[in-house]
Write a protein that binds this ligand. Structure first.
Ligand SMILES: Cc1cc2nc3c(=O)[nH]c(=O)nc-3n(C[C@H](O)[C@H](O)[C@H](O)COP(=O)(O)O)c2cc1C
Ligand code: SF4
Length: 496
């Protein structure tokens, strides 16, 4: 896992938990309006992919267990993992690209409602992504995948001072390249071909020579609108449009999007499709339904968006009528680690991935509340433009004290905590009931993220090996880990 060099190792912050009365007077546990909804508290569990759906994208009992367990902590909002808007295979990730997915999703929504006594509002994050292939075996790449063109032969002439290449049959060119040195290959393949060889082929929104990429602006508004319509039908309280990290919509927003068809280049051009998708979604679900977006305060990649871009997008999204804005950071393909042969590049393995989910191996700024300065500036700009759109902060927010201070300073309106909620889904309840000392605290070392990267069922190292013999506890596929944290019994007389 990437970390800053030299790294400073941080302890998780010492903290004093509130008494029950202090919690009752806090902003953290006070209501807030999101569009047509009132949240009971400003606590939020951001989307986390648990790798528990069926291979064809349906909700499983393990999905239900996962969301039920988060709902028992009664956060103000629980956001369901990134869920694919298209009807295409995506492994064990949830999908919402067809009506056949609605019954399972409806059961999920009902499960959360029951488990939280209706206190938790349930949103679903909806996502589109482009194709990413596994890193190929070089022999196969040269034998089959590389599309041989005359320019390759010309480059070979220059690289080998052998004039015979244009006439040789394809098999001998391929064979030669397969055995050639790195230096020679670098002189013959273009940048994208080298990427396909070394990291696996990856589509970009700028690949407008591909009809399906060129036509994204025509098809995506309808696809997202259909997905949002299904979310409403299934009983979700709202949708979060995934405009963050490495995926299609974030790539439209990116400063690396140089499309010249009006959907790239300038900030206005880059925001155009995300705004058109929003309009289509809004028309489909109506004004009385929550539609928010998650996007990046900083892409943290060379040539990518910085805070100034995020401020522009945040203000435009607020003007368009989004009901909330949730700010994340980084998580891009561009700086991801080279995958092993046979594996696909994963967007959380480089510096931008670190910034998305910072660990205790950090720099002088430390991992805790690391994104808050970005959120504060976006919120300031949105508010100064005359909009009160609630803004959600996340990233290393680990204690009540920290969350409350961010809210008191007006740096964000709502506090998201992903990994702390995975470590202890009851942490909100414990803090609210004056029993914060019982919180199982996240150590921010990203064992969970390591599982995510290898597409294994996500669990937390603090609880996945305890009480494995508990009756009815669901276990991971290899039988070695429990899939859900042990339960927590609230005492009838919580401390004052
Ligand atoms: C296992 C795991 C899965 C995640 N999946 C998603 C996802 O589906 N969508 C998303 O926007 N962010 C995802 N994230 C990022 C989190 O929502 C959050 O932004 C990040 O972990 C930083 O917040 P934290 O410090 O409170 O954990 C994931 C994080 C983890 C640890
Ligand atoms: S495995 Fe658990 S303790 Fe470690 S970072 Fe993830 S949630 Fe936190």
């Amino acid at each position: 896992m990437w970390h800053p060099e030299p790294a400073i190792r941080y302890d998780i912050p010492a903290t004093r938990w509130p008494t029950r009365d202090e919690a009752a007077r806090s902003l953290f546990f006070s209501p807030i309006q999101i569009g047509p909804l009132t949240l009971n508290q400003r606590t939020w569990v951001p989307a986390m992919v648990p790798w528990r759906a069926t291979d064809d994208g349906f909700v499983t009992p393990d999905n239900l267990g996962w969301y039920r367990r988060f709902a028992e902590g009664r956060p103000g909002v629980l956001v369901v993992e990134a869920t694919g808007v298209r009807d295409v295979p995506s492994g064990p990730l949830l999908r919402i690209g067809h009506d056949r997915f609605v019954p399972g999703l409806r059961e999920l929504a009902e499960t959360v409602r029951r488990a939280s006594d209706g206190e938790t509002k349930l949103f679903i994050q909806i996502i589109d992504f482009l194709s990413v292939r596994r890193r190929p075996d070089p022999l196969k790449f040269f034998a089959r995948f590389l599309k041989l063109e005359p320019r390759h032969r010309h480059a070979l002439v220059a690289a080998t001072s052998d004039e015979g290449w244009p006439e040789r049959d394809e098999a001998s060119v391929r064979e030669f390249l397969a055995a050639a040195s790195n230096e020679l290959i670098e002189g013959v393949l273009d940048e994208r071909e080298l990427e396909a060889l070394r990291r696996g082929y990856r589509e970009r929104v700028t690949d407008v020579e591909l009809a399906h990429v060129r036509e994204l602006p025509e098809v995506l508004p309808g696809i997202f609108a259909d997905a949002a319509g299904r979310a409403r039908e299934a009983g979700f309280d709202g949708v979060e449009l995934h405009y963050a990290h490495a995926y299609t919509m974030a790539s439209f927003l990116s400063a690396l999007n140089h499309r010249t068809d009006g959907y790239g280049g300038t900030r206005e051009g880059r925001a155009r499709l995300p705004l058109e998708v929003f309009q289509a979604v809004r028309e489909r679900v109506g004004a009385d339904y929550v539609v928010g977006a998650r996007f990046l305060g900083d892409e943290v990649i060379a040539g990518g968006n910085r805070l100034e871009d995020a401020i522009f997008f945040g203000t435009e999204f607020a003007r368009a009528g989004f009901d909330f804005l949730s700010i994340s950071k980084g998580g891009k393909f561009e700086d991801a680690k080279q995958p092993k042969v046979g594996q696909a590049v994963y967007p959380y393995t480089g510096q931008s991935g670190y910034e998305c989910m910072p660990t205790v191996l950090s720099d002088e700024r430390g991992p805790f509340g690391r994104n808050v300065p970005l959120v504060r500036e976006i919120k300031r700009a949105v508010n100064e433009a005359g909009y009160q759109t609630p803004i959600v902060a996340a990233g290393g927010i680990a204690t009540f004290e920290q969350a409350e201070a961010i809210l008191q300073r007006g740096e964000a309106d709502i506090i998201g905590a992903a990994r702390q909620s995975l470590a202890d889904p009851d942490w909100f309840r414990k803090a609210q009931l004056g029993r914060g000392e019982e919180v199982r605290r996240c150590t921010y070392t990203n064992y969970c993220e390591g599982l995510d990267q290898t597409h294994k069922q996500v669990t937390c190292k603090l609880w996945d090996r305890v009480q494995l013999d508990e009756p009815d506890v669901p276990l991971s596929d290899d039988g070695r880990r429990r899939l859900l944290p042990p339960g927590w019994r609230e005492l009838s007389q919580p401390k004052a």
